[in-house]
Design a protein around this ligand. Structure first.
Ligand SMILES: Cc1cc2nc3c(=O)[nH]c(=O)nc-3n(C[C@H](O)[C@H](O)[C@H](O)COP(=O)(O)OP(=O)(O)OC[C@H]3O[C@@H](n4cnc5c(N)ncnc54)[C@H](O)[C@@H]3O)c2cc1C
Length: 336
């Protein structure tokens, strides 16, 4: 089977290293090799991603930058402390780059349609993330604009993870340490309240801005991102909404989506069902986030949804790398 992988982010790169026997792949990446970059805060759960990365033949330990112990959640009038259990930052750019080494990648190749030069391929993967360049667009796609600075300074104010959710849970400000006097400071917010806050941080803590990047992140879950396939095009990763809506966490979910794709490479309907099943909780989280954003949140009405989200987070401590206490969860969802 000849496979075209369109988009070489984390999903595309991981897929190139997870091909079943008998499958040959070529990748097409819109950016030139020099301009290609993995826009992301690089936070993930070490125990969980280690297993995935190992399946692709890499050792995650080689890429870890900072291991978190405690995350401060700044609610404005109160700071909550969440004990961390595996949340780390890692050099996502270097790992993704290493995953692409030796692969057949066409750089600077922006693909606009599956029949545009891809006729010879049996299957075309849309792993273009936010762009969803090959699959039909969806209505009501919720995208959160975000901006991030990679900073360097001798005066960084924190030595561990810090987040500050915006009122109405329209997004959050983050500080993710990268070790060696470096950090990612960023903000994603539907109302775009971030630019001046990041500049203020840079000024106050005498930072050198190493890189300034921004792109929206999709929080529409797979349930609302159908179709996942259209003719010989199949979507994988953020292009079909594999981002945990409350956290904007998309690395592990996109890699898991690749695994589902590989398991069902000859069975598109089976893949569709597996994706809907695997990410079903994302739809619940999304309902909650949307209700908050649209100012129609009611604790009474949403209690069953919230409790199922809480139990999901609680039961997945290893998966998310943080310990979620009911009191903390309650404060975050009700006070903001
Ligand atoms: C600011 C920010 C911070 C984030 N922080 C985190 C975090 O800390 N932890 C976490 O888990 N998740 C985080 N995320 C989410 C996570 O980065 C994404 O969900 C994840 O990278 C999605 O992977 P992907 O491979 O599906 O898409 P992407 O990583 O977006 O890759 C898509 C690739 O496709 C290419 N492309 C696009 N269109 C075309 C085309 N037409 N032809 C060819 N190539 C094309 C792009 O250039 C890109 O290389 C963050 C997102 C943002 C925006």
């Amino acid at each position: 089977m000849r496979l075209a992988v369109v988009g070489s982010g984390v999903a595309g790169a991981y897929l190139l290293n997870r091909l079943p026997p008998g499958v040959e792949a070529e990748a097409f990446e819109a950016k030139t090799e020099k301009n290609w970059y993995t826009v992301c805060a690089w936070g993930t759960s070490e125990p969980f991603i280690t297993d995935l990365v190992k399946k692709a033949g890499f050792d995650f330990q080689d890429y870890v930058l900072h291991r978190g112990k405690n995350m401060v959640v700044d609610l404005g009038d109160e700071e909550l402390n969440i004990k961390l259990n595996g949340l780390v930052t890692y050099d996502k750019h270097r790992l993704t780059e290493d995953m692409l080494k030796g692969k057949n990648v066409h750089w600077g190749a922006q693909v606009k349609a599956a029949d545009g030069g891809l006729d010879g391929f049996d299957l075309v993967v849309d792993s273009t993330g936010l762009h969803r360049s090959l699959l039909p667009k969806v209505e009501d796609d919720l995208l959160i604009p975000s901006l991030e600075y990679q900073v360097k300074s001798k005066d960084l104010p924190y030595d561990d993870f810090v987040i500050r959710p915006y009122p109405g849970i329209t997004g959050y400000w983050w500080y993710f340490p990268l070790g060696d006097g470096m950090a990612h400071v960023g903000a994603g917010d539907l109302r775009g309240r971030y630019r001046y806050e990041l500049d203020e941080f840079v000024k106050k803590h005498h930072c050198e801005v190493v890189r300034r990047v921004g792109r929206p992140v999709r929080v529409t879950p797979p349930k609302y991102m159908e179709p996942f396939y259209d003719g010989k095009v199949v979507g994988v990763g953020e292009s079909i909404g594999t981002v945990y809506p409350m956290l904007g966490e998309g690395i592990i979910p996109s890699m898991q989506c690749v695994d589902l794709f590989v398991d069902h490479i000859n069975d598109r309907e089976g893949y569709r069902k597996a994706v809907l099943d695997h990410y079903s909780v994302y739809a619940k989280v999304y309902e909650f986030v949307k209700a908050k954003v649209e100012n129609r949140f009611s604790l009474m009405k949403m209690l069953p949804t919230l409790l199922s989200v809480y139990w999901y987070m609680r039961g997945n401590t290893r998966r998310y790398g943080l310990q979620t206490e009911l009191s903390t969860f309650y404060k975050v969802v009700t006070r903001l």
